[in-house]
Write a protein that binds this ligand. Structure first.
Ligand code: SF4
Ligand code: SF4
Length: 442
């Protein structure tokens, strides 16, 4: 029997009450728009506009740079002001197309799409590819590539990842409550690509209203079921949600398709729906601006490329200077130091906190309590892996399956000695994955 949870995991403070009941607010950007050419895994997109060009909302401004890549579209009308490196929320610099927003929001003429029922599988995937849809839960993997596995007949489950287990985040929740038809429509399209697949809408049980709504709206859909998952972090991790829904396991050398599964995030499904039925590129996403340092925490429907500072200002600014600003949520997000960064296809939140619980407590020596082992969803021994990293012992790290870490942060969260376990493991894991990729190329 499929299980509705996974081994391990933690129960951090949810913080969702700050924005859960706040309807999505549509906000039009005022300032310049910044479009990084790398908002996805794979080759950067290649600019197809030049400085001085006028662009329209929905116009292609950078084409895919390879098979595993995704195009980028303007989300406002205006003039291309510069093409230059700009800082992202991750702290990295990325070549970006800067558009001076003229405030007119003139649009391109949208293509006329065939009815979905008359489209072939290839036509649907092409529409998704052309629209620049990528995994919007944070991974940024091009969705058209994910939806075209080598053996489509072997896909049995398309899982709508509506768990949203990361504390504070409510963007997926609001999409489910306010625009469920987009999510269900996107899932139906994804399921239709595979002859033997059924769809599962997987939602944590701390969102009963979303479970009720989705169940009601899919009552007549033979191929779609709604599955309530136990509320536990990191339930929305790809490996965790596959296990919870199907009882199947994958590791770092496998793709979900190897276990007969495709997993797509809530917002990604909405983007799939728009791409296939309306021919519209990925131009907007839902962003949660939250945390106890924000005057009026909100969920925004944002045009991608808009500056985060405009969102923070619209949310009333800061109650007091935040001790920590995180792009994403507190478990898997990363601290940022500059608000002048653009929203991208993959960024779902900005969490601003008055206390930095991590910085306030000095790490101390391990007390061998084994709590990190109990919570690790990958059944690793985080304390040993961290030891291996501290001794630069790569062989031990690999022998103890360090590359299987999913960087969920549960071990760091639970550790009473406040050891930065996940941070240490993450660094070494990145090196090992790089070595593995280089060896595979030889
Ligand atoms: S070792 Fe990795 S997978 Fe395990 S709890 Fe720590 S961060 Fe998560
Ligand atoms: S949770 Fe922290 S203190 Fe306990 S065994 Fe793991 S590293 Fe050591």
């Amino acid at each position: 029997m499929p299980r509705a949870t996974f081994p391990g995991g933690v129960h951090p403070y949810e913080g969702k009450e700050l924005t859960m009941d706040k309807p999505m607010k549509t906000i039009l950007p005022k300032g310049d728009m910044v479009y990084p050419v790398s908002q996805h895994i794979g080759a950067p997109a290649k600019p197809v506009v030049a400085v001085g060009d006028r662009v329209l909302t929905g116009q292609l401004i950078a084409e895919a740079g390879g098979f595993v890549s995704a195009p980028v579209y303007a989300t406002v009308s205006g003039k291309v002001k510069a093409i230059e490196p700009r800082r992202l929320a991750t702290g990295a610099m990325c070549n970006s197309i800067i558009v001076e927003n003229d405030g007119l929001y003139e649009e391109v003429e949208w293509p006329r799409m065939k009815p979905v029922d008359e489209m072939t599988t290839e036509e649907k995937i092409e529409a998704i590819r052309n629209a620049g849809v990528v995994g919007m839960g944070g991974a940024g993997f091009p969705t058209a590539v994910k939806l075209a596995p080598k053996e489509p007949d072997k896909i049995e489950y398309v899982i709508a990842n509506c768990a949203e287990c990361e504390p504070y985040l409510t963007s997926d929740y609001r999409r489910m409550i306010e625009e469920p038809e987009l999510v269900i429509g996107g899932l139906k399209i994804a399921v239709s690509l595979f002859p033997n697949a059924q769809g599962i809408i997987a939602i944590e049980d701390n969102k009963p209203e979303a479970i009720r709504k989705m169940t009601e709206l899919t009552a007549d859909e033979e191929k779609i079921t709604v599955k309530a998952l136990q509320t536990k972090y990191p339930q929305g991790g790809e490996r965790m949600i596959i296990y919870a829904c199907t009882g199947r396991s994958i590791n770092s050398s496998m793709l979900p398709a190897d276990a007969g599964c495709i997993v797509d995030n809530t917002d990604t499904l909405a983007a799939i729906y728009r791409a296939v039925t309306e021919g519209k590129p990925l131009m907007e996403r839902i962003v949660t601006i939250t945390g106890d340092a924000i005057v009026d925490p909100c969920n925004y429907k944002v045009r991608i490329g808009m500056n985060y500072r405009e969102l923070i200002d619209d949310a009333g600014g800061f109650v007091t200077e935040p001790a920590k600003i995180i792009s994403g949520g507190p478990m898997m997000g990363f601290a940022i130091f500059d608000l002048d960064v653009p929203t991208t296809k993959t960024a779902s939140a900005m969490t601003c906190l008055t206390k930095d619980a991590v910085a306030e407590i000095e790490p101390s020596a391990c007390i061998n309590c084994a709590k990190c082992v109990e919570v690790c969803p990958e059944r690793l021994i985080p304390k040993d892996l961290a030891d291996a990293v501290e001794h630069n012992d790569e062989e031990r790290f690999v022998r103890q399956y360090g590359v299987e870490c999913i960087e969920c942060g549960s071990c760091s969260y639970i550790c009473p000695a406040r050891r930065q376990l996940a941070q240490l493991i993450k660094g070494m894991r990145k090196i090992q994955l790089g070595k593995r990729a280089a060896a595979a190329k030889k």
